[in-house]
Design a protein around this ligand. Structure first.
Ligand SMILES: Cc1ncc(COP(=O)(O)O)c(C=O)c1O
Length: 384
């Protein structure tokens, strides 16, 4: 498979709907069950549902409405907003669809264009194409001196924004793990406000900053900003499919209507399980701190031994580096990594320009991580 990055371009229907190509690549590799899996962008954490649900474990198959408070309230309390600002969805991926439906304005009968940031998780880019919109890429680039946040080119962004009705971004960027440089962030927020452009911000990775001064979800930046998040990544609960939107009351109401139209109700087992762990979510953030303290030095030292430049993001569980000798990372993962039972993620999953980059996650327990890094090192030595 040569091309795995997201599709940008014209809206699609029926037989023209694009595949999510990175999954066509990734799922078969996951099924190989390589021993050293450095590909997980979400924390690997085992929640003790038996303990948290206790006697109500047997109720998981029954409707939650008679027994539980409304889940919007639970999310609202954690994020310091009103429950009218919250819409619960089946994961962040559905939240992206619903948020776009809720804020796109088609009243002028013109074709809508959405500016979408690259690199990206493919459904961020391909959601507008399914919803009768065209897309224009806006890029975040590696920093010129190799150190610190990835940067935007404001001229390139302004050209795209002038043609667009909505902007979709991922502040803590996949695959590099860096959040915006503070001036770039402010410029994006101010420019979109002036131009009347809503921002849909995919924030599935930012909660590892929660509790620090750097934690700044976009919904706090004004009525034009919408935050999307879920229990998938920082909280290690992707299989629950529990996500949410935080937006102003008008957009939230539109989103709620769109959700009910497309999905009816949330699954009761999902609501019951999410409600049971919600009071304990900070345990996962603590675990990430522990994995950073224990796993990152091992990765850092190995990359230094191999003379590979490393631009370490200050939060989260993954980062990316450029392979030596411009080696193609997909070839590397399918060749030298597979030979050493290592799985990591080629940068070409997120943008064509990143085909020489490899994403590595430190989301697994330290003993296995240390062995994984030794095996990744063997793979790297064979391409030096
Ligand atoms: C940026 C981003 N958003 C969303 C998701 C998926 O979130 P969810 O499982 O909650 O739909 C991913 C998964 O890789 C991602 O990388």
């Amino acid at each position: 498979m040569d091309n795995t990055w997201p599709y940008h371009g014209s809206s699609t229907t029926g037989a023209d709907i694009h595949p999510i190509r990175y999954l066509d690549w990734y799922i078969p590799r996951l099924q190989q069950m390589r021993k050293y899996n450095l590909s997980y962008s979400g924390l690997q954490y085992v929640w003790d549902f038996e303990k948290y649900l206790a006697q109500s474990l047997g109720d998981v198959g029954y409707h939650h409405i008679p027994d539980l408070p409304n889940p919007e309230q639970m999310v609202a309390e954690r994020y310091g907003v009103k429950s009218e600002n919250i819409v619960i969805t089946q994961g962040a991926t559905q939240a992206l669809n619903i948020a776009l439906l809720a804020c796109i304005d088609s009243s002028d009968n013109e074709k809508n264009t959405v500016a979408v940031e690259l690199p990206a998780y493919a459904p961020v880019v391909q959601t507008p194409l399914l919803l009768n919109c065209d897309t224009i890429p806006v890029q975040r680039h590696p920093p010129a001196d190799g150190i610190g946040p990835w940067r935007i080119n404001k001229n390139e962004w302004i050209d795209a924004l002038q043609q667009s009705k909505v902007l979709m971004i991922t502040p803590q960027l996949n695959p590099c793990g860096w959040d915006y440089e503070s001036n770039d962030r402010k410029w994006i927020i101010d420019t979109c406000k002036e131009m009347g452009i809503p921002i849909i911000s995919d924030e599935v990775y930012i909660d590892s900053m929660k509790g620090t001064d750097d934690y700044k979800p976009f919904h706090l930046e004004g009525e034009h900003c919408i935050s999307v998040n879920s229990l998938t990544k920082i909280y290690g609960l992707g299989p629950l499919r529990f996500g949410w939107i935080i937006a102003n009351e008008e957009i939230s109401l539109n989103a709620k209507r769109a959700f009910l139209t497309l999905s009816g109700m949330m699954a009761s087992p999902t609501i019951r399980l999410a409600s049971a762990v919600f009071p304990y979510l900070d345990l996962a953030i603590e675990k990430i701190k522990h994995y950073r303290e224990t796993n990152l030095p091992v990765l850092r030292e190995m990359l230094a031994r191999q003379n590979i430049a490393w631009n370490e993001p200050p939060y989260g569980v993954f980062g990316a580096f450029k392979l030596p000798n411009n080696y193609d990372s997909m070839k590397f993962v399918d060749g030298e990594c597979a030979d050493n039972s290592v799985l990591a993620v080629p940068g070409s999953m997120f943008a064509q320009e990143l085909s020489g980059w490899l994403r590595v996650a430190w989301s697994i327990e330290p003993k296995l991580f240390a062995e994984a890094i030794l095996n990744l090192e063997k793979a790297l030595i064979s391409i030096q």
